[in-house]
Design a protein around this ligand. Structure first.
Ligand code: FA5
Length: 347
């Protein structure tokens, strides 16, 4: 049999074999393809006979080979499609869907308890005519320390060590730099300044049940004419009673902050032991929740505000401490672990 006839036969035989492959026979189809068109397949085998042909016959048969390879390649592709479709159809036929079965429940998340706390506090302040201001988490040393009356090399900088990005740029240690930035902007001819600014702060603190190296504060600042320590105490009492109820006791302790004079620290009676002393309150019966005081005249002057005419108070609340007191959370680390069993409790 001459080569051309053999080639035609191979083509016809393969086309015949290609008919009737089922959906579950994609492997068999692939095997057949390899056995005909593969490197060691029958077509390649027949090609070896090309060199026996005369110079006039060879190009003609060569053309025929190419034509047959194209026809077969196309036929295999076509058949592969048919097999794939048959496979999908078989799968669809074998699976029945019970549309009456209940659907899968999608678990709904809820706002983090710290977000809820912050929004609640913001709402109370909005009701008292305060504005809400955003600050920068990455802050300049200048605003975080210098404008807060903590010049370079001031020993009180040790109270709030932090993570420096460069010598001049750092992760803010408190929300107080927003005080300076807001004072710079405020137009006192239009009335007093009353603002709160919530946000994340960072410190080189050792983590324990009540301390984290990253936590949240809410800064408050009121500056105007004739603002006194009485206004500070009244505002704090109001917010603490709204947040914790009338029965919770508070106490003001004299303290020191370079940016307030006088300065106080405010404690709330411990939620766990009610004031008797336990591991949460470190046996003191009290948990510190905020620092506050009358704005230091130098802080006002650095913003170009005349401290002879204007005075004010400021405070910095620890949001985690507030949430812990409200909900009886005894370990601050729970806020940051992303455990849904924790967050689901505060819907
Ligand atoms: C300050 O950060 C001052 N900027 C607050 C202030 C503002 C004083 C305005 C006067 C005027 P202090 O370091 O005490 O102060 O922090 C304030 C509150 O943040 C604390 O009362 C506490 O509730 C919370 N806090 C402090 N350190 C941590 C910590 N490591 N983890 C969680 N909460 C903390």
């Amino acid at each position: 049999m001459d080569l051309q006839t053999q080639l035609e036969e191979l083509k016809n035989k393969t086309l015949d074999q290609l008919k009737g492959f089922q959906g579950n026979q994609s492997k068999e189809l692939q095997d057949l393809k390899v056995s005909v068109l593969g490197k060691k397949g029958s077509l390649t085998e027949l090609l070896k006979g090309l060199k026996e042909l005369s110079a006039t016959e060879r190009p003609l048969v060569g053309k025929q080979v190419n034509r047959i390879r194209d026809i077969l390649t196309e036929a295999f592709e076509e058949q592969a499609k048919i097999v794939e479709e048959a496979k999908i159809q078989a799968q669809l036929d074998s699976e029945s869907i019970d549309v009456t079965l209940p659907g899968k429940k999608v678990a709904l998340g809820n706002r983090h308890v710290l977000t809820q706390t912050s929004e609640e506090i913001e709402d109370i302040f909005l009701g008292m005519g305060f504005q809400i201001i955003d600050g920068f988490e990455v802050e300049k040393d200048y605003y975080n320390f210098e404008r807060m009356n903590l010049p370079k090399d001031h020993p009180a900088r040790d109270m709030q060590d932090t993570f420096y990005i460069t010598n001049e740029i750092l992760l803010r240690t408190h929300t107080s730099p927003v005080q300076a930035r807001t004072l710079d902007q405020h137009d006192f001819s239009k009335g007093p300044l009353k603002m709160v600014s919530p946000g994340r702060v960072f410190r080189r603190d050792t983590d324990d049940a009540t301390h984290s190296h990253q936590f949240h504060q809410i800064e408050g600042l009121v500056v105007g004419k004739n603002i006194s320590m009485g206004d500070l105490k009244g505002t704090l009492e109001l917010i603490i009673k709204k947040m914790f109820g009338e029965e919770r006791k508070i106490r003001l302790r004299p303290s020191y902050f370079p940016f307030t004079e006088p300065s106080v620290e405010v404690d709330v009676s411990c939620f766990k032991c009610g004031g008797k002393g336990c591991n949460v309150c470190k046996k003191t019966g009290w948990i510190e929740i905020l620092g506050a005081g009358m704005v230091h005249p130098r802080v006002l002057e650095m913003s170009g505000v005349d401290s002879e005419v204007y005075s004010g108070f400021a405070f910095g609340l620890g949001q985690e401490r507030i949430a812990m007191l409200r909900y009886g959370i005894n370990d601050i680390r729970g806020f940051y672990q992303g455990d849904s069993r924790f967050s689901q409790q505060f819907k």
